[in-house]
Ligand binder design. Structure first.
Ligand code: ATP
Ligand code: MG
Length: 402
């Protein structure tokens, strides 16, 4: 509740608290300019840094910007302050799929419909090299029309933290959706691990309870490793067959997404066209249909993720908080490469710095300062022709002068 009424970056006004996960608190918020409802996931940077991040998972967050699909909760924007990271995402008005199950198990055709939407989303991401790593019922939300929206896709960096840290994992509650090879830390394949979790989700929807449950964590792990579970008598032979192919402990013999999608039980009433069209439309194809202003917004959003992947150790504070002691400064610009270079040159001239050009623009002072001659490297990273990240780094001299 502490955030209610607070305005984030002059843009989103916080509303009611929606829920809490392991790393985050989620709030409803409203875009002040457009009135659009959004959900803001607030993550404590400390918590994330404490468990460490690896480069590959950071890159996956940047991959997230490419993932747009009718069944994937859209991530609009990433913002950060000194201590928090804010993920601004599509608001799922229908809440959690979990709530539907609180009234008992789902009918087979209803479960199939959700499973088809889940597999479409997962297939779409996998084909773009993005893995979820934390698929579970709690990450399946519904929009106002009851359409399934998978949340936290591309945030596998956070899932990775959980997998790296046994204790944290325990604190997460149930490991019930995690594939055996993840538990045993045997050769890992993001795609096959996600498929296993989809199998557990399908089981839960049809049964109304988890396939692997027990009184202790060790006992649950043991059951998962051996795929020790039973089918309730109301499961049809078709779905039983499919599930046994998914919940196979050896990931090499586990069914692939492509095979799931050709399975007769899965295909029943499956309208892949509808999904494909949505998926395509939300990407570049109707790019021109957006008005110019929206274009800029889209490009800016896209870069928020790229910026994260560039920022060492997830530390975005340099972008928003000025520090006297910093040896480097980053900022983004909507100007062209040549406009940025000439502006840097003009500024360097005004500061009486000599400019040496090469791959990296170098600026050097003429007189020796307290700690030697000040030298600054400027690097410009192009995301799109009209969106750049500029990084100024002190290579020698006094930090205060810098
Ligand atoms: P984890 O920490 O493992 O991700 P989680 O998925 O339960 O666990 P969060 O993703 O932080 O936790 O979300 C917390 C809760 O907030 C969700 O369970 C859901 O009820 C709600 N929520 C999250 N995102 C949205 C959204 N986009 N729209 C509506 N409600 C949401
Ligand atoms: Mg979640």
């Amino acid at each position: 509740m502490e955030n209610k009424g607070k305005v984030l970056m002059h843009k989103y006004e916080f509303g009611r608290f929606l829920g809490q996960g392991n790393f985050a608190k989620v709030y409803h918020a409203r875009n002040i300019e457009t009135g659009q409802s959004v959900a803001v996931k607030v993550i404590d940077k400390e918590k994330v840094l404490k468990v460490g991040m690896i480069d590959q998972t950071k890159r996956e967050i940047s991959g997230m910007s490419l993932v747009k699909h009718a069944n994937i909760l859209e991530l609009y924007e990433v913002m950060a302050s000194k201590s928090k990271i804010y993920f601004v995402m599509e608001y799922a008005k229908g809440g959690e799929l979990f709530n539907k199950l609180s009234k008992g198990k789902l009918r087979e055709d209803v479960a199939r419909k959700y499973f088809q939407q889940l597999i479409s989303a997962v297939d779409f991401c996998h084909s773009r090299g993005v893995y979820h790593r934390d698929l579970k019922l709690e990450n399946l939300l519904l929009d106002e029309n009851g359409i399934l929206k998978v949340s936290d896709f591309g945030l596998s960096a956070l899932a990775e933290c959980k997998h790296q840290d046994g204790l944290l994992h325990t604190a997460c509650g149930t490991p019930a959706y995690v594939a055996p090879e993840v538990i045993n830390r045997k050769g890992y394949d993001g795609a096959k691990a996600d498929i296993w979790s989809c199998g557990v989700i399908l089981y839960v929807m049809l049964a109304g309870y988890l396939p692997f449950h027990d009184t202790s964590l060790i006992a649950i792990y043991r059951k998962i490793s051996k795929a020790d579970y039973k089918f309730p008598n109301w499961f049809s032979p078709e779905v039983t067959k499919l599930l046994s192919r998914i919940l196979t402990p050896n990931r090499k013999s586990r069914i692939s997404i492509t095979k799931i999608m050709t399975n007769p039980w899965f295909r029943k009433g499956f309208n892949s066209k509808a999904v494909d069209i949505d998926a395509v439309c939300s990407c570049e194809t109707n790019y021109n249909a957006f008005e110019a202003k929206k274009d800029t917004a889209k490009l800016t959003n896209l870069n928020a993720f790229d910026i994260i992947s560039l920022s060492s150790g997830f530390d975005l504070s340099g972008l928003f908080v000025e520090s006297e002691e910093k040896k480097e400064v980053q900022f983004t610009s909507l100007h062209t490469f040549s406009a940025i270079t000439s502006k840097l040159e003009v500024n360097a001239q005004n500061l009486k710095l000599k400019v040496k050009e090469g791959g990296v623009m170098k600026m050097e002072g003429s007189s020796r300062g307290g700690r030697g001659t000040l030298a600054i490297d400027a690097e410009i990273f192009e995301f799109t022709p009209s969106f750049h990240l500029v990084e100024l780094r002190k290579s020698s001299g006094d930090t205060l002068e810098f």
